[in-house]
Design a protein around this ligand. Structure first.
Ligand code: FAD
Length: 400
């Protein structure tokens, strides 16, 4: 605990006891006493009328917040290929590092993955820390968390970014707990407060009704997970030069709780909405699951993928893989066609960056029309077959 009580100033008024959300303070013998359940949130510090509570910086060992420098990306790879979000984050890390006058660095874990380091350099990395070992071939929480936590503690980056993928969402919290720092999940925007060198981590809050910007002032590194598709991947510059630094791996199979017996690939076709150039999405306005047949026909005519609103997914009309929005995929296709979707803020959060938006809705007051480039007011069951007919007449699917 870094929270300290100045016993000379404390009057035992109990304001801090009421302010503490964790029940970690009591008044004992007329003075505030801090218990182990304190998480250093600082709520009591702000409320104390005597300024008797002091919160120090909390970083690993004896290091200070100022000792931490450079912006890191956990470069996630699967089967020897970098995930798209790793490229997107590397571009963002480059931007943030330039603002801070720091280095953009990547951490690459795996087995026989050295060739990927150059891709990260081309994306903007100045340094790639490469940890290779057969034990790191497939993601295992303990192994990855152990290597990455040790590296963070020895190199002291000020920012570490993870993709909000299944792996990133599993790994980042383990690391934040191990090295005792904060983590902001599912960020949709990252910026820098230059005067304080603080990472401004923006994400939807309260059901997506507000955007909250979260900071981590007293702990290092500042860590975020970022949803795939939110940031733009940089144009790779193959002429860039960077340093690849090998990191010794000291983990032992015996120390790992999980053993990988077999890797079984999912057989079903996965929709790839994040990369789709054209998406046709259906919502509750379809009326029933059969309605997705007409959505599929339009998607096929345009050469696109099928998306959906959460209402359609919740009604079990279509699999969650197709959901677009705050709790689904974030997409930015060239063309997004929203059919029978009202355009709730949570849906817009996942598609409003699309280059061209067409909305088909029978309610002229539907919010989706406020962000649509073209709005068609009408019954989708009449409009879509007509659109398909016109597309076929001009052979548009093949030209788009
Ligand atoms: C924490 C949280 C997270 C969420 N995450 C997501 C998310 O990721 N994605 C998401 O989509 N939602 C999400 N939601 C839900 C969101 O708030 C809306 O409830 C949802 O998007 C509504 O889906 P919809 O537009 O299909 O349905 P509705 O809002 O019911 O809209 C249906 C529309 O269809 C139109 N319509 C009806 N019949 C026809 C017809 N025959 N022809 C043309 N138009 C017709 C109606 O006029 C209406 O505008 C989230 C909500 C919360 C609280």
């Amino acid at each position: 605990m870094e929270l300290k009580v100045d016993l000379d100033k404390c009057t035992g008024c109990g304001t801090c006891v009421l302010a503490c959300p964790f029940g970690a303070i009591e008044i004992v013998d007329g003075k505030a006493k801090i218990y182990e359940s304190c998480v250093d949130c600082g709520a009591c510090v702000d409320e104390c009328p005597e300024d008797a509570l002091l919160l120090g910086e909390r970083v690993a060992g004896e290091a200070k917040v100022q000792d931490y420098r450079n912006v890191w990306v956990f470069a996630e790879q699967r089967d020897g290929a970098l995930t798209k979000v790793s490229h997107q984050l590397m571009g963002k890390a480059r931007e943030l590092a330039d603002i801070l006058g720091a280095r953009a660095e990547a951490v690459l874990l795996g087995h026989n993955v050295e060739a990927l380091a150059q891709e990260l350099v081309a994306d903007g990395a100045d340094v790639v820390y490469l940890a290779e070992d057969p034990l790191l071939e497939h993601y295992r929480t303990n192994a990855y968390a152990s290597v990455l936590s040790d590296l963070i503690q020895s190199k002291k980056p000020e920012i570490v970014l993870f993709g909000a993928t299944t792996v990133g969402r599993d790994l980042a919290p383990r690391i934040s707990q191990r090295i005792y720092t904060g983590l902001t999940a599912d960020c949709t925007g990252l910026d820098i407060d230059e005067s304080e060198r603080l990472l401004l981590q923006t994400r939807p809050a309260f059901g997506g009704n507000i955007m909250a910007t979260i900071i981590c002032p007293r702990h290092r590194p500042q860590m975020s997970t970022v949803r795939p598709g939110v940031m733009r991947a940089p144009q790779p510059d193959k002429t860039r030069q960077g340093v690849v630094e090998r990191v010794p791996v000291t983990i032992d199979e015996e120390d790992l709780i999980v053993k990988i017996v077999e890797v079984v690939k999912e057989a079903r076709r996965r929709v790839n909405l994040e990369d789709a150039k054209i998406i046709v999405s259906g919502g509750r306005g379809l009326g029933d699951p059969e309605g997705f047949k007409v959505i599929e026909q339009l998607a096929e005519a345009l050469g696109g993928e099928v998306g959906a609103s959460r209402a359609a997914v919740d009604a079990a009309w279509i699999d969650h893989d197709h959901q677009v929005g705050q709790t689904g995929k974030t997409v930015r296709p060239d063309l997004y066609v929203a059919c029978g979707i009202s355009g709730a803020i949570q849906h817009q959060a996942g598609m409003k960056e699309s280059k061209f938006i067409v909305a088909i809705n029978k309610d002229p007051g539907a919010p989706i029309f406020q962000i649509a480039d073209v709005g068609i007011v009408g019954d989708l069951y009449k409009v879509i077959p007509e659109v398909i007919k016109q597309l076929k007449a001009v052979g548009a699917g093949s030209k788009l």
